[in-house]
Design a protein around this ligand. Sequence first.
Ligand SMILES: [Zn+2]
Length: 278
Amino acid sequence: MSENTAPLPDFTRWPSFPFEGDMRVKKLAPPVEVEPPRSGEDASDCVACGTPDDAYIWVSERWRVRSMDRPTGLPMVLILECRSHLDLGDLPNLLAAELGVMTVRLERAVRSLDGVARVHVNRWGDGSAHLHMWFLARPYGRLQLRGTFLTLWDDILPVIPEHQWSENLAHVAAWLADFGGRAIAEPAHIQWESPATFTVPTFATTTPEADDSQRPKTLDDVQAASAAADSDVRVTGPHDIAEPGRPLNFPESGPEAGPGSAATTTAAAVDPAHNQSA
Ligand SMILES: [Zn+2]
């Protein structure tokens, strides 16, 4: 039977399904005999293991939390990693127990952000070998984003303002640091708008401004960019970025640099360090 005639599954009619119009089910590729290795299968070339702490938003003796390298469509997208080069099923009891604690703690931290209704916690593990748990925040009131397709919506929504994203990262980092470890992400600085006026960034989560020129900027975009930049890195999972350590917060930052000074022109526009003469 042709794949074109296969009935569409029920979920295509769910309110949360992001697409409409004519669709058909893809032809299923035949299974491979032997699956290819994931990125960083060997610790010696694992990106996560080779990434320094200052690329993360918070670190501790055994755990680290990082963000995407750019604002996301969702209010927050974070990844929790253990320091040890292990996958989920390999964790010894100590780390397994701590994973539970860290999962609860990080969920609560992200849910404490203004405008966040729910936090989805996911582990796919098809792309990179080093354990990485995804934490994706669903914006409050956006009932259409509930459930299965939240990761797809992240790429569809306009990205949140960069200053708000930085504030959110700093808030989560500070929350985690209250329990231990060290916050790397810092609060954004005051935004100088003119010599006479200024506003203090707030956590207010508003409907993201439409900014299609900035899209896409999130999970799948990172996948695509990574795959294009390095054909050795395989992207085998729909939600697994190929290089867990690469899409970093502050790729060129020094030790004193925070998210407000992330190396982007947008950050420079809101960073008083770049606008003192304005
Ligand atoms: Zn590793």
